[in-house]
Design a protein around this ligand. Structure first.
Ligand code: C2G
Length: 146
């Protein structure tokens, strides 16, 4: 049985994931729902606006509002800030995390956490992304302008 199948059979205590969650959409929601089904507690580390600039991302929705949306999501138990690439190991240990999970666009990138917790990459939801939503909104505004 592969790691991915195993990760989805056991029940975890604390699941941790990271992301920007800008313009919250169904791809984000489906991921968080699947993660919450895997464990008793789901912690989401939300990227700060400053950290996103380092990722080359300019967010449409400010950090405080992205945190508020995540805290309002029924699947999320706690939201913490993601300020650096290097904080993951400390977070896993500080919060007693036994599963780190994230979408498979990051496949392999966080295997270094494997000595501390299980690591799982889940398939992304097709045909939806923050970038596509931004483009769609721009096209809609262009078509509305006189
Ligand atoms: N996601 C998804 N399906 C989509 C879009 C996103 O499953 N259609 C998942 C991503 O794979 C990720 C989470 O939703 O697990 C958040 O996506 P982003 O906000 O784009 O996160 P990202 O900018 O990739 O930040 O240190 C890790 C980074 O902070 C991850």
């Amino acid at each position: 049985m592969g790691g991915s199948e195993w990760c989805q059979l056991v029940r975890y205590n604390v699941v941790l994931t990271y992301g920007t969650f800008d313009l919250f959409h169904v791809g984000h929601l489906r991921l968080l729902r699947r993660l919450s089904d895997l464990g008793d507690k789901l912690i989401v580390a939300c990227s700060t606006d400053e950290f996103n600039l380092g990722k080359g991302k300019v967010t449409a929705i400010p950090f405080e509002h992205r945190v508020e949306v995540l805290e309002g999501c029924r699947y999320v138990d706690q939201v913490i800030p993601e300020r650096t690439w290097e904080q993951k190991r400390d977070d896993v240990q500080a919060y007693g995390v036994d599963l780190f999970a994230i979408g498979d666009d990051w496949a392999g990138k966080f295997d270094f956490l494997g000595d501390l917790c299980d690591v799982l990459y889940l398939p992304r939801t097709e045909n939806v992304s923050t970038t596509e939503l931004k483009d769609l909104i721009q096209r809609m505004r262009a078509s509305e302008s006189p």
